[in-house]
Design a protein around this ligand. Structure first.
Ligand code: LMR
Length: 396
């Protein structure tokens, strides 16, 4: 049966996890897969999640199916978080949210839904984008096209090229946008850029699709939602895939959501029925546990406030590390070469190293990052920052 299949290379991101675990070097540094780590290199369970888990276990009375749309508290809480409590979309009854198995599950069922509505529709992704966007969307038969985004020479947004490309996208297509903390480059759209993108989307008529996997890890919960809220205020149709992996630290529980904004309530109900049918044919129903915890945290004001504080601690730590990295590189190199790091947001930045230099860091120093030289800033800590900066300077 399977003799026609070929051996695959390891996944460019997940393969690093396995390689890192096998490395016996006590000085090894993991800047690969995008998980938050604290000062001792540990990915903690948030205290608010532990508390919600205890309450959930005490109160849970059944393990019957949660139902195709997931936990209602979760869906409601996620909508308020993303769109803002006072968003007119609630009164307009145009928004529907479906709990999904992670942001990946949300992306994939969205892709299947789009393909069901418009077979082989084209979706434009930023250059670069998260490596897994391509299989998640492309394997559902969408045609992947690319718009310019990152200016590698200046480690910044290539706004002119991006806006010029968006101006040419037809109304039949979709445009995937990173809501905040761009993965992999860390370069986000400013509010002014979002305003421009929204204006072009309305004029051209293409459908924006926002991937919001890092809400709250850039500048703040409301600030990071600026783009999606701007789009929601002007476009008739919008898709948002969100994830609770990073901002709730619930990676392995696979908690995400797909939110669908449609032109009117009747259309919203119709599409919501379709997407439940799509999910039924893929995974049937979402897992309950992680969504139940997030739903509980978001519905209880004290728990929500405690979560926002813990999220703020993670965000501040990342932003502080960004500043420290720039300072340490400046002290070593006497140039501004790495000053871009604190100008970027979220977990990731490209160091701008060659593949060869990335390999040397791995082979000679046991420092792991994606081949593109994407680093997970949260993997840096006070025990490894000097080792890391020295090693990078040595391979430059
Ligand atoms: C990453 O980009 O490292 C994370 O989103 C983890 C993943 O699944 O790739």
């Amino acid at each position: 049966m399977f003799e026609t299949l070929q051996t695959l290379n390891p996944d460019p991101i997940l393969g690093l996890m396995a390689a890192f675990r096998q490395d016996a070097n006590p000085s090894k540094v993991d800047l690969g897969v995008g998980v938050y780590k604290d000062e001792v290199g540990h990915t903690p369970i948030l205290a608010c999640v532990k508390a919600a888990d205890a309450a959930h276990r005490a109160e849970e009375t059944s393990k019957t199916y949660v139902g195709p749309t997931g936990d209602p508290d979760f869906n409601h809480g996620i909508e308020q978080l993303i769109f803002g409590t006072d968003s007119p979309v609630f009164a307009e009854r145009r928004l529907r949210t479906l709990q999904a198995p992670g942001g990946c599950g949300a992306l994939r069922i969205a892709a299947e839904l789009i393909n069901r509505a418009k077979t082989g529709a084209a979706i434009w992704v930023s250059d670069p984008t998260w490596a897994n966007h391509v299989p998640l969307l492309g394997d559902a038969s969408l045609e992947i096209k690319v718009y310019p985004y990152y200016d590698a020479a200046h480690q910044a947004l290539n706004a002119d090229a991006m806006l010029a490309a968006l101006e040419k996208i037809p109304a039949t297509d979709l445009v995937l946008l990173h809501g905040c903390c761009h993965n992999p480059c860390g370069v986000d759209l400013s509010p002014q850029h979002w305003d421009q993108v929204a204006e072009i989307a309305v004029r051209r008529g293409f459908t924006p699709f926002v991937d919001l996997a890092y809400l709250g890890l850039g500048t703040g919960l409301d600030e990071d939602a600026y783009g999606v809220r701007k789009l929601a205020s002007v476009v008739p149709e919008l898709l948002v895939a969100s994830s609770c992996s990073k901002n709730f630290g619930l990676y392995r529980e696979r908690v995400g959501a797909l939110s669908l904004l449609l032109p009117n309530p009747a259309q919203a109900d119709l599409v919501y029925g379709q997407v439940q049918n799509v999910a039924r044919g893929v995974y049937s129903m979402p897992p309950n546990y992680g969504g139940a915890l997030v739903g509980r945290i978001l519905r209880e004001p004290q728990a929500r406030a405690a979560w926002a504080l813990e999220l703020g601690t993670m965000r501040d730590r990342i932003n502080d590390l960004r500043a420290q990295l720039a300072e340490k590189f400046r002290a070593r190199l006497h140039t501004e070469r790495f000053d871009f790091i604190p100008r970027q947001l979220g977990m990731f930045s490209f160091l701008g190293l060659s593949r060869d230099q990335v390999q040397r860091l791995k082979n000679e120093y046991s420092i792991y990052m994606v081949d593109s030289s994407r680093i997970n800033v949260a993997g840096v800590n006070q025990a490894n920052i000097d080792y890391f900066c020295d090693a990078v300077c040595a391979v430059l």
